[in-house]
Ligand binder design. Structure first.
Ligand code: PEP
Ligand code: MN
Length: 357
């Protein structure tokens, strides 16, 4: 009997639904594959598998669709599947699903739910022993627990001061020990991670290195707390993925640090993206701090911005302080003097319930 158009269309509709059901069945199987691969730490994308699947499909093609067209259809299915696998994974990032109790070291160091926000302060770079002594004594007297100082300085110009490197690490460690302070210092090269971790309590990944995945992986092998700075051209998602690189290797002690992004604005060095603070806090269980020195590049507005980031929910701030900012070998314009630092604390005491001492 000759089929009519309506009947044929009805059949096609039914076939479409069958194809959809099969595609969803395939997606369900893929989800199981992702889970298995995650458990066994197997490579996400397997190009060889795609080739083998295509060959097998073409061998079984009985037509009337030509092999070339079948290939195109399955190429689309494979690429959709990859997207689907990525998306199912995104939903369950390790940094989003673990509870704060999973991060014991930073939980202990950072009173995430405590009343006083954390302040990480210190010079841009480790320069001289007596400068560092002055800063350490000053911070200790104000109850600040974390002292920062760069020993490896990633500078925009290769002619600028590059840091004291291993000597700087030792200096920071020795001074901090005398004043019982927790040290924070940047590591820029995967080959230095071990050395920096031997001397320093909290490793820092700088904005310029947020996309240095080999560095992130290496740091992920340690169990050191890490201050991970947001890259200056990174989206919030990229920032979170960078943290995931570290956590995926087993190091759950990541502290997210918003430090501003590049925009067309020139009044500040970078544009501090305050909105990232509640977003990262909402989407991960990691502590979030904001760097009010590198984001602004100026110090006349540090007080209000420090207050603003804490009001936005930041667990702490990072700020540069130097005994003689005008003599600093790097970032001299943005480093607070000790007097200016005290004024900032007073501002936070008044506006953000910060308890000095
Ligand atoms: C720093 O904190 O010393 C630094 C270089 O900051 P950033 O990586 O955010 O520029
Ligand atoms: Mn600096």
């Amino acid at each position: 009997m000759k089929k009519n158009l309506k009947g044929l269309r009805q059949e096609i509709d039914n076939v479409n639904i069958s194809i959809l059901e099969m595609l969803n069945k395939r997606a369900g199987l893929l989800r199981e594959v992702v889970e298995l691969k995650d458990e066994e730490d197997i490579q996400f994308f397997d190009a060889e598998r795609e080739t083998l699947m295509t060959e097998y499909i073409l061998q079984n093609n009985k037509g009337p669709l030509y092999n070339e067209l079948v290939k195109q259809v399955f190429a689309a299915i494979f690429s959709t599947s990859l997207k689907f696998m990525g998306k199912s994974r995104e939903k369950k990032l390790l940094i989003s699903s673990a509870s704060p109790e999973t991060y014991p070291t930073i939980q202990k160091m950072f009173k995430i739910e405590g009343d006083n926000p954390v302040i990480i302060a210190g010079p841009c770079a480790v320069e001289k022993l007596d400068y560092l002594e002055k800063v350490a004594e000053f911070l200790k007297a104000r109850g600040i627990k974390f002292m920062r100082g760069g020993a490896y300085k990633p500078r925009t110009s290769p002619y600028d001061f590059q840091g004291l490197r291993a000597d700087g690490l030792r200096m920071l460690r020795d001074v901090a020990k005398r004043y019982d302070l927790i040290t924070v210092s940047e590591v820029v090269d995967p080959r230095d991670v071990e050395l920096v971790a031997q001397h320093i309590d909290v490793l820092q990944v700088g904005a310029r290195n947020m996309h240095n995945y080999e560095l992130l992986k290496e740091i992920g092998q340690t169990r050191h707390p890490v201050v991970l700075k947001r890259g200056m051209s990174s989206t919030i998602s990229e920032f979170m993925f960078a943290a995931e690189y570290i956590v995926l290797r087993g190091n759950k002690n990541v502290i997210m640090c918003e430090r501003g992004i590049r925009t067309y604005e020139t009044k500040t060095r970078n544009t501090l993206d305050i909105s990232s603070i509640p977003i990262v806090k909402k989407e991960t269980n990691l502590p979030v701090i904001a760097d009010v020195s590198h984001s602004l590049g100026r110090k006349d507005i540090v007080n209000s911005i420090a207050g603003a980031v804490l009001a936005a929910g930041a667990d702490g701030i990072m700020v540069e302080v130097h005994p003689f900012p005008e003599l600093a070998l790097s970032d001299s314009k943005q480093q607070l003097s000790m007097d200016e630092f005290d004024k900032m604390l007073k501002h936070l005491e008044k506006h953000n319930n910060y308890v000095i001492g």
